[in-house]
Design a protein around this ligand. Sequence first.
Ligand code: 13P
Length: 250
Amino acid sequence: MKTREVHIVGNWKMNQTLHEISNFFIEMTKMKMELKCKAWIAPQSLHIPILKEIAFTTGAIQVGAQNCSNHDSGAFTGEVSPAALADMGVEFVIIGHSERRTIFGEDNKLLNEKVLAVLKHNLKVIYCVGETLEERESNDTFKVIEEQLKVGLQNVPADKAHLVLIAYEPVWAIGTGKVASAEQAEEVHAFIRGKLTQNSEQTIILYGGSVKPDNIDSLLRKENIDGALVGGASLKAQDFKQLCSASNHL
Ligand code: 13P
């Protein structure tokens, strides 16, 4: 029996048309979910209001953003404001996804500013960490993650620490079909929990990287794995539902 509530978070990345979103929720409603876990979805920012409306009617899903600016407002063309996200009733924001780090060059210092900007509005943050294949092979996994945690989470106010979730996503496992073994993931999750300076026992630590209905069980059975941050498999209602119900028989 897990003491921390299982969270299954779909990161839809830059996917889903309006038609696909509508089908996704029609399918989900047909399957009548009896959820024992928290089911969260982060669609493209543009689709947040639509998901919020659906979430309002179904009540089952919480809606978040995949990224945001480190500023609340101003001349930052194309950016998404954390203040506006709060205004829209968003519940959480993913910060520091490896695609933001590698494709958009976001470093730990900028990510720390984003974390603090999100927390200022009392939204939850899913702060992502993870090593590349090269870093794993040169035995730098723990060093890299320690630095990502230390810089990315510095100056988090004590009264906001309960709003922080961590996602461990080994870069080599994202979208590659190569899932970390439950043992490999648990080793890093335990390390992360040990490094957290605030709220460590209660902090939700998600695993991400090629999570599918057929590997979620072994991951969730591990003491320090409190859920999953899921890309590809969260796009299909059937798979997402199966991931969400995996915790029902834990
Ligand atoms: P996949 O589940 O498609 O590997 O993506 C993982 C991920 O990046 C979730 O944020």
